[in-house]
Design a protein around this ligand. Structure first.
Ligand code: BG6
Length: 477
């Protein structure tokens, strides 16, 4: 069994979790720059008062301000990716570096120049950039002024941004993604869409509105991409939400179906071009009003994506039995109950390599479009030995089993999979907790949860292992 010759092996990061330099070269404060470290950091920004306090009086530690200073280390880091043989490197453009307030008329030239240099560096090493247009951040001004994506006003602003970067990087970037994990808005509206929910009763409507506006913006980005970069490929991105029924009771199977369709309904629109029937009924029944523009239906229908990308970390189990439902334990954002057949990471995310094969088959059957796994990995605490080495066999084991699952999906099931970018190929700030100690990388970065450290980069044991995986095109695991 082997991967196709064109298979794109690589790694992934996001601008705000890696770059730092949060106010350098004209960048504006973004939504991620106002989030403290800690498990409650996402929930903390659910109300406007907390947000204002963090903008006006930024006290405490905000990990994204410096992150791992990729902004100044990118040459060294890309050289290390090249040493592993990366064929692709996924990162995002920070919208606030290009439009510091989100609604500025002209772009910030110094921000544009940074990504020019970054993509040139990738090219120098023969690495294809895979660029996410929006990965959980934007100028915080867009939240305070418009309540983020809850407002349609963001659609033309985003269109201006996307057209600017498409035109600028049209000779440098051939693979694009619109919104990272678009379904996350339902779970974490501020992180996903810059939306503040002051009244919990309005949460659902605000989330659906924000998602609708993002869907239209995503479709317009596809349209602009085809006009400006006709040879490029543009995809959507969803957080995999495969659920297992806890028991074989029909109710549990229904709960599984319901949970999955709620998480994939936005991808349904991006890949098929229209809202699923059940969702239209649901919105009407719940009296959820979207702000729909006259051309929205046409825009969605005519601008579906070229491929579907997704992140995969774990699966969930769902139960309608209240005694079982009390046993929470998957640790990830989707909730669900603990699956007794699976082991968990130190952060409680359940480890399920076969679930990746399930996800690949599920998405390929559902959309019949090429797939791209753009995030996968194990967040774990690493121990640096006296000689400086990090023996992360647990990470190698995790990745090996997931790569085997991809192999099976390609070879046995016939899934068309374009590539694989492991998450946090270099250690970065955790999105959910802001910690550094939740590490995913092949490259260790000397920095702790309080922001102390030299930022020195060093190769972990998994570095050489992944280099061999890529060199053998997935044969040597
Ligand atoms: C995905 C996000 O949900 O999971 C990433 O797209 C994030 O931004 C990743 O970092 C892993 O989550 P965490 O919380 O461990 O960083």
């Amino acid at each position: 069994m082997s991967f196709p010759k064109y298979f794109l092996w690589g790694g992934a990061i996001a601008a705000h979790q890696a770059e730092g330099a949060y106010l350098e070269d004209g960048k504006g404060i973004s939504t991620c720059d106002v989030m403290h470290v800690g498990k409650g950091r996402i929930a903390e920004i659910m109300d406007a008062k907390a947000l204002r306090a963090n903008i006006e009086k930024p006290e405490g530690y905000f990990p994204e301000h410096k992150a791992v200073d990729f902004y100044h280390h990118y040459k060294e880091d890309i050289a290390l990716f090249a040493e592993m043989g990366f064929k692709v490197f996924r990162t995002s453009i920070s919208w606030a570096r290009i439009f510091p307030n989100g609604d500025d008329a002209a772009p910030n030239e110094r921000g544009l120049a940074f990504y020019d240099a970054l993509f040139d560096e990738c090219k120098k090493h023969g690495i294809e950039p895979l660029v996410t247009l929006s990965h959980w951040e934007m100028a915080v001004n867009l939240t305070t002024k418009y309540n983020g994506w809850a407002s349609r006003e963001l659609i033309p602003l985003f269109e201006h941004y996307t057209k600017t970067v498409f035109a600028r990087y049209k000779d440098k970037v051939r693979y694009w993604l619109t919104f990272n994990e678009i379904n996350m808005t339902f779970h974490v509206p501020f992180l996903g869409s810059g939306v503040i929910v002051d009244n919990p009763a309005e949460k659902e409507e605000l989330c659906y509105r924000a998602c609708h506006n993002q869907l239209v913006a995503s479709a317009l980005a596809v349209k602009a991409c085809r006009e400006i970069l006709p040879d490029a490929k543009i995809g959507c991105m969803v957080a995999s939400a495969i659920a297992y029924p806890y028991s074989c009771s029909p109710e549990d199977t229904w709960a599984k179906l319901d949970m999955e369709r709620k998480n994939y309904c936005l991808t349904d629109v991006q890949a098929r071009g229209y809202y699923p029937a059940w969702l239209k009924k649901y919105l009407a029944q719940e009296n959820i009003k979207l702000d729909i523009g006259a051309d929205d239906e046409k825009i969605l229908r005519e601008n579906t994506v070229d491929f579907v990308s997704f992140s995969y970390y774990s699966t969930s189990a769902v139960s309608t039995d209240p005694t079982v439902a009390g046993e929470k334990g998957t640790g990830n954002i989707f909730g669900g109950v603990k699956n007794p057949y699976l082991k968990s990471s130190e952060w409680g995310w359940q480890i399920d390599p076969l679930g990746l094969r399930v996800a690949l088959n599920f998405l390929y059957d559902r959309y019949q479009k090429p797939l791209f796994v753009v995030e996968n990995g194990l967040g774990a605490r690493d121990n640096v030995e006296a000689d400086g080495s990090v023996n992360d066999d647990y990470r190698i084991d995790y990745l090996r089993e997931h790569i085997k699952a991809m192999k099976a999906a390609i070879e046995v099931d016939g899934v068309e999979l374009w590539g694989y970018t492991t998450w946090g190929c270099i250690d970065i700030i955790s999105a959910s907790t802001g910690e550094m100690s939740k590490r995913y990388g092949f490259i260790y970065v000397d920095k702790d949860d309080d922001g102390n450290g030299t930022l020195k980069r060093s190769r972990k044991k998994s570095f050489a292992w992944y280099r061999d995986v890529i060199a053998s095109n997935g044969d040597k695991l």
